[in-house]
Design a protein around this ligand. Structure first.
Ligand code: C2E
Ligand code: CA
Ligand code: CA
Length: 538
């Protein structure tokens, strides 16, 4: 084979995996360009010569690329990295690989490809603009994708957490620009070492990454410390603590991602104090183990015959006539399910519960022995409403019903968990169009209730019990209640007040114009024995 043939052969290899080949120096100045540059709105790749690679890259990713080019000594090969590329219409996601050839210390060969290689969750995850790291709320989905990918590839991966002590003090010691540069480097170091670009920002100075099992967290710790020292005029730097855990392959990818995300959340809040007491690695191990065990026990509770249901009446406040019942779950007799529900919401298991109750309620209402005037409201967590799988099950369950749809209502609880309000509203409207009424639960309990009301069109709001419990004692709460009632009336939305225990409360709420009430005064939760349809169509 002559030299030209050989060259063509290697070019063919290169183009098999990429659309654009570049050679750049340490500063990113392009000295060679071959291939297609159309995403950058450039017809001829040669027009890229002498331009900076960094000028083609979105701000949140530029730090990572700058870092990789500068660390030529330590990094011989990097990628595939998903980065944002600046185009005429905005930013487009592309894949970038890099390699340094032995003997050519100042040159990095870069390949860019425009196809979608990583999963959608990593691609579309919201990223912090200073560090380029995945925002906390998107970390679990990205982790799930990365774990699935590693499983397929038979690759062992680990989760590592990094806690940067004194980051705030450092930031106040140095210039704003230096603090920014440090954040950029932190993001770059973590992303460069991560698996499938799954590196996340979990809170101030708290980071989590998934990485190949052979990546040493201590090396990352050293690099982070070095970065802070080199930027610190006082040369004090910051202290980095790290902890790691293997992602066990015997857990399903979904459970592993949920357990990991739960552990990471605890790490970010550390409200149990376990991290302070046990250190990062040990507490991570404990948290993952406990979470895994709790998840399996929650799942077995869902199928156990101990699972019970209660119903509590909601009445018209003027006439006291029964309007409908709310279905409440019990895992243990006479015990509030609150803790279990909280945990299920944190780990995503809640949708499995919501799914079961919804189907049972449908079976009950469609049963021939059921009272035809019975109306049930089922709780659906905001978390479930964000899950494509739950939504598709919900639509399926709701397609063929042999009873009047107004007999089945939904109460949306924990709306604070809803990430995409527009998407949730689309689901709610589809359900309402079918003929089901939807209620926004715990209204006023969170700071963002009005925001939810703005984004979600519902038939009722259920005002949080906290207002009802205090309104007779505190004028302020009574005024707030009055305002909520007025607002709902103006919007044409019905109002329900919960936790009504006394006649005085009931009268006050009635005077404020609240439509319906629920509470011990009208009836405590009582056993509900779901009727099971045996084989006939629901
Ligand atoms: P929630 O939806 O706000 O339900 C009302 C809670 O207040 C129930 O507690 C009920 O027993 C209690 N309650 C009712 N009347 C009174 C009263 O007059 N005074 C007082 N002090 N409390 C009253 P429960 O059953 O312990 O449920 C706690 C929470 O757990 C529920 O709050 C709901 O968010 C969640 N939950 C319960 N069942 C389900 C379910 O099937 N699915 C989902 N996703 N969440 C559920
Ligand atoms: Ca409720
Ligand atoms: Ca409530």
């Amino acid at each position: 084979m002559n030299t030209t043939e050989q060259r063509n052969r290697f070019l063919a290899f290169a183009f098999a995996g990429a659309d654009l080949l570049l050679e750049v120096d340490r500063q990113g100045v392009i000295s060679f360009a071959l291939g297609a540059a159309h995403p950058m709105a450039i017809d001829d790749a040669s027009n890229l010569l002498n331009r900076s690679l960094l000028s083609l890259i979105a701000d949140c990713d530029a730090g990572l690329v700058r870092y990789l080019l500068a660390s030529l000594e330590t990094v011989k090969r990097f990628g595939p990295l998903r980065i944002g590329c600046v185009t005429e219409e905005g930013t487009e996601q592309i894949m970038l690989n890099g390699c340094r050839f032995p003997g050519q210390e100042d040159v990095v060969c870069i390949t860019l490809s425009y196809g979608d290689r990583n999963g959608p969750a990593i691609a579309t995850a919201a990223r912090d603009q200073h560090t380029g790291l995945i925002e906390a709320q998107n970390f679990e989905d990205a982790a799930l994708e990365a774990i699935q990918c590693a499983k397929k590839a038979g690759q062992e991966i680990k989760l590592s957490l990094f806690s940067l002590e004194g980051q705030e003090a450092f930031a106040s010691r140095v210039d704003g620009e230096v603090a920014e540069a440090f954040l950029e480097q932190t993001g770059a170091i973590l992303r460069a070492k991560s698996y499938a670009d799954t590196a996340g920002l979990q809170g101030d100075g708290k980071y989590a990454i998934l990485h190949a099992a052979d990546v040493e967290p201590s090396a990352i710790t050293d690099q982070l410390q070095q970065a802070s020292l080199s930027l610190d005029p006082k040369k004090e730097g910051i202290r980095v603590e790290s902890g790691s855990i293997e992602i066990k392959s015997e857990m399903s990818a979904k459970d592993a991602a949920s357990a990991l995300s739960f552990a990471v959340k605890q790490f970010a809040q550390d409200d149990t104090g376990i991290i302070r007491k046990e250190g990062l690695s040990r507490s991570l191990e404990i948290l993952m183990k406990e979470t895994g065990a709790k998840m399996s026990s929650f799942r077995s509770a869902l199928t156990s015959d101990k699972l019970r249901f209660m119903q509590q009446p909601i009445v018209d406040l003027q006439t006291k006539a029964l309007h409908h019942y709310e279905v409440l779950v019990r895992f243990e007799e006479n015990q509030s399910p609150f803790q279990m529900i909280r945990f299920a919401e944190d780990t995503g298991l809640i949708m499995e519960l919501d799914d079961i109750i919804l189907k049972q309620a449908i079976a009950h209402l469609s049963h021939q022995d059921a009272d035809p005037s019975l109306k049930l409201a089922v709780n659906v967590s905001g978390r479930s409403l964000s899950s494509p799988k739950f939504i598709s099950n919900l639509y399926k369950a709701m397609t063929k019903l042999n009873f009047q749809r107004s007999r089945l209502m939904l109460e949306i609880t924990e709306s604070s968990i809803i990430e995409d309000l527009d998407q949730a509203d689309r689901v709610i409207q589809k359900i309402r169009k079918l003929g089901h009424q939807v209620c926004l639960d715990d209204f006023g309990a969170g700071a963002a209730s009005f925001q939810y009301l703005r984004a979600l069109t519902v038939d009722f709001i259920k005002i949080d019990g906290a207002y009802i419990r205090t309104a007779l004692k505190r004028k302020r709460e009574a005024m707030l209640l009055k305002a909520m009632a007025g607002l709902a009336r103006d919007l044409g939305i019905g109002t329900i007040a919960e936790s009504i225990e006394t006649e005085d409360q009931s009268t006050m709420l009635q005077n404020l114009g609240i439509d319906q009430g629920q509470g011990y005064l009208f009836g405590r939760p009582a056993a509900l024995h779901f009727l099971q349809n045996s084989g006939q169509a629901a």
